[in-house]
Design a binder for this molecule. Structure first.
Ligand code: IVH
Length: 670
């Protein structure tokens, strides 16, 4: 066949296969037989083999998976991928409704309700209609580029029906049937099975070899747009329809509810229907439908105020408590852990559950040998609910906390006002190990490839005794460790190196200063900008910072006074670890005083060209302004980008001040 003939047949095949694929995988309504589809696909594969120069990266043949990758690249999300607050019962849902109404000045919201698919969140980016990148959620700000694997999911169109540039988000998952088949195959091959469909989906998408993902039969439902820059879309349910019109797959069970009573009815109906679904869900997501109202409600640090996840009641299972282990944490707290006869709870095998402290063991009257009821709190963390006293045989044994640290044998103490027993030996190996694990964890320095196991290895071999040692590791040293090949050593070293450029809050959180969580670390980093400034801050200065209370201020001062801490920070500095804040700047108190936004209600509309919407919003809020979604008589200022529609018209009608994006940038430049 001549090349031009081949090209036109290839084009034709691609178009047909895309269309058939859309009906089969997205709409679940095939219009040709499987055999016919396979035959056309085969023809395309062989034509592309004969004419490799005609292969494009959006050809339907990429679904079979290309070459393996050496590692996943990191991806910065334009709009952070947040999580949701939880509701566990009707009362929580009514509270949510009250908070929403309060936030909206008693306006009546309507709600969009969707199934909460139990998979993993992914972001898809399209440029002029072409699928260019897919990423995992990661820590919410930075995820991993899994484009190659996502391309193997047939319901993800490689081209949209319109040539638009946008980001869509959704949940990738493995249908129940595929999960069962996969595990049957694993069992037959003598391999370890996946605990549940979510782990199987996550495991498949984190394979460097896309051929593996291609065989796993994954699917995906899209549930939101990254940023909505289309003035025609004013509600979440319209956004969903738009996503569907572009050729993307949305879940068909969502419902637009007029009020919280209808929401509760919807939620209840799914408690019953849940087992019949061909995929796993772990709850229902409830979202305020009007986008303007969503903007008015805004976000907390972790999640939107306009949405909540209702979680189905946790499954409870009976098992035997066969022993109690002791664990020494990063701060020296000794925690008793129940060792259980393994049972399956909500899809995974549970062997251990934290018992928190001795008081709780007394309160629940737990003895070794008891039959206990176990559930997973929030469907994640195993917990002993209660003891089945009627099943006691008299053989059960009482448990007593030790008086010495199980790891270093120093005397344990009970600090005033605390229920926990602590090991206060700063050289306790368990504490050091846990501290190192915390330092490398995702919300702290986020060093890929360094988990609990490798840390334990490095520590046991004497290669790492404090966090600074991580930055002194040598290739030769690592190569000697068990289960560490050249590739993993190189990857680990470059992962460590990369964290030297982290913004200050990651280091601050990683240091593990008492009471300083990830959020406080961010506040401190934003406020002080360098570690020197924070080291110099006294109690009063710290307490004056918004959200920093007495306990935390004290703890920070005490922490930085310690000789070892001063040394550690100098050492990290010399090793090249950055100690400055790299995120958006906070304006000074004077800026706020003089700010044209102080106490003003501002609406952003249209497409901004130089700033992201979040950057603009952050600036305005930092300068004392409040962002709302809709223009009303209460609006003081409207800032308009390109293609502003009805909101601009409304502002003009009401005689509200309107600024262009340039004007806004000028006013906020300093
Ligand atoms: S909306 C701002 N809708 O649940 C967060 N999430 O904690 C917006 N999920 O990580 C999320 N189904 O992966 C949304 N229909 C749905 C969902 C859904 C599953 C997951 C998502 C997210 C987590 C929320």
């Amino acid at each position: 066949m001549e090349k031009h003939e081949a090209k036109s047949r290839i084009d034709q095949l691609r178009e047909l296969l895309n269309e058939y694929g859309h009906h089969y995988y997205v709409l679940d309504k095939p219009i040709v037989s499987d055999a016919e589809y396979d035959q056309l696909m085969q023809e395309l594969v062989s034509l592309e083999e004969k004419h490799p120069e005609l292969i494009t990266d959006d050809s339907p043949t990429v679904r079979v998976g290309g070459e393996p990758l050496p590692f996943f690249n990191k991806v910065q999300h334009d709009v952070p991928m947040l999580s949701l607050g939880n509701a566990f019962n009707e009362e929580d849902l009514r509270d949510f409704d009250r908070r929403v109404k309060q936030g909206l000045n008693e306006a009546e919201p309507t709600y969009s309700c969707e199934l909460k698919i139990d998979g993993l969140a992914v972001s898809l980016k399209y440029e002029q209609g072409k699928f260019i990148r897919g990423a995992t959620r990661g820590d919410g700000s930075v995820g991993e580029d899994i484009t190659q694997n996502l391309k193997t999911i047939r319901s993800i169109p490689l081209r949209l029906k319109e040539e638009v540039t946008l980001e869509v988000r959704g949940e990738a998952f493995m249908p129940k049937r595929s999960f069962e088949k996969l595990n049957e195959a694993k069992e037959a091959a003598g391999e370890e099975k996946f605990a549940n469909p979510r782990n199987a989906a996550a495991g498949s998408l984190r394979q460097l070899d896309p051929k593996i993902a291609a065989k796993r039969n994954l699917d995906l439902f899209l549930y939101s747009l990254g940023r909505i820059e289309n003035d025609q879309i004013t509600s979440h349910h319209q956004a969903l329809n738009y996503i569907q019109d572009l050729g993307l797959k949305i879940n068909q069970e969502s419902r637009h509810c007029r009020n919280i009573d209808e929401v509760i009815e919807y939620v209840k109906s799914w408690v019953e229907k849940r087992p019949d679904l061909p995929y796993e869900i772990d709850g229902i997501v409830i979202k305020v439908d009007e986008l303007d109202q969503q903007i008015t409600l805004g976000f907390t640090a972790k999640s939107p105020r306009w949405a909540i996840a209702y979680k189905f009641p946790a499954e409870e299972v009976v098992t035997k408590l066969i022993g109690i282990d002791l664990n020494v944490g990063r701060t020296g707290v000794v925690t008793p852990t129940a060792i259980l006869e393994p049972v399956t709870v909500a899809g995974t095998t549970v062997k251990r559950a934290s018992l928190h402290n001795e008081d709780l063991i007394r309160e629940k009257d737990i003895k070794i040998g008891d039959s206990v009821v176990v559930k997973k709190a929030g469907d994640i963390i195993p917990e002993v609910v209660n003891v089945l006293l009627e099943l006691r045989t008299g053989e059960e044994q009482d448990f007593h906390m030790p008086t010495q640290c199980p790891e270093c044998e120093s005397e344990l103490v009970r600090l005033e006002g605390e229920v926990a027993l602590r090991c206060i030996n700063p050289k306790c190996p368990a504490q050091i190990r846990e501290g190192l694990t915390h330092f490398v964890s995702r919300n702290a320095m986020n060093i890929d490839g360094l988990g609990e196991r490798v840390i334990a290895q490095l520590f046991a071999e004497g290669l790492v005794e404090d966090v600074a040692d991580l930055y002194k590791l040598k290739r030769e040293q690592l190569l000697q460790l068990e289960r560490m090949g050249e590739k993993s050593v190189d990857n680990l070293l470059s992962a460590i190196e990369a964290t030297k450029e982290n913004s200050l809050e990651k280091l601050l959180f990683g240091l593990g200063i008492r009471f300083v969580g990830a959020k406080a670390a961010k506040t401190l980093a934003m406020h002080f900008e360098t570690i020197e400034a924070l080291q110099l801050a006294d109690y009063e200065t710290l307490k004056a910072v918004n959200e920093i209370g007495e306990k935390m201020a004290n703890s920070i001062v005490n922490y930085f006074e310690q000789e070892e801490v001063i040394e550690l920070i100098n050492e990290l500095n010399e090793l090249g670890v950055s100690m400055t804040y790299k995120g958006p700047k906070l304006p000074s108190a004077e800026d706020v005083q003089e700010s044209p936004f102080l106490g003003k209600t501002v609406v952003l509309t249209g497409k901004l060209a130089q700033l992201t919407r979040d950057e603009a919003k952050e600036k305005i809020e930092a300068l004392g302004g409040k962002i709302t979604g809709s223009v009303s008589k209460k609006t003081d200022l409207v800032i308009v980008g390109e293609d502003a529609g009805s909101k601009l018209a409304k502002a003009q009608e009401l005689g509200i001040t309107v600024w262009s994006e340039e004007q806004f940038i000028e006013e906020t430049a300093n």
